[in-house]
Design a protein around this ligand. Sequence first.
Ligand SMILES: C[S@@+](CC[C@H](N)C(=O)[O-])C[C@H]1O[C@@H](n2cnc3c(N)ncnc32)[C@H](O)[C@@H]1O
Length: 224
Amino acid sequence: MTEPQQPTAENPTPAESPTPELSTHGVGPWPGEHPTDPHYDQELLERGDTRNVIDRYRYWSMEAIVADLDEHRHPFHVAIENWQHDMNIGSIVRSANAFAADTVHIVGRKRWNKRGAMVTDRYQHVVHHADVAAFVEWAKAESLPVIAIDNVPGSVIIETFDFPRSCVLLFGQEGPGLSEAAIEAADAVVEISQFGSTRSINASAAAAVAMHAWILQHAAFDSK
Ligand SMILES: C[S@@+](CC[C@H](N)C(=O)[O-])C[C@H]1O[C@@H](n2cnc3c(N)ncnc32)[C@H](O)[C@@H]1O
């Protein structure tokens, strides 16, 4: 398991960041005596916590949140071809975090567009593969079937597809979609049925639909 990505100049720490993490939501300073449980971050207790995290994680350090997520991540992975710095990649990372995907794999260019991630990448394991061959080699070594998600000839419809419990969902980018190499390497190619006039839906929308299709088949639910 690789470490989650650390803050960088491109993607700074919350204290330096103008991202929505610091904007409107959150809680103020902890009232009264501070708890000493090690998963709490003393600075957040002192100043308040305005990060975009669920209530359960209020005042927790980032390391403690990642460690807790690691206890219940799902066994599906998400991979995205990144040849053009596609802006959807950040949104896909955000959905992968929301659905507790094991790891996000960036295939192709190493630098990816973080704008849509809303800093969720800090809580997500993100791994880079130089090309499709390297990605497929990793998937084979992990015994993970590659499920390509695209609406190309020969694909099967997602609405009747049985997702393997452990697998990696592979997405293409806006414009070209999945490369031929990616489609050829896939164990299955799955399309989301459409009923209108557009050729495709947005790549990050497709990723959210596909991840949730896996969730519907394999996740455990609490009745709320
Ligand atoms: C703009 S689409 C790709 C182009 C598409 N193959 C076409 O014929 O125009 C970009 C990515 O979004 C995802 N996507 C979009 N619509 C989809 C659909 N209906 N079914 C499955 N994946 C879809 C795929 O991962 C695809 O590679």
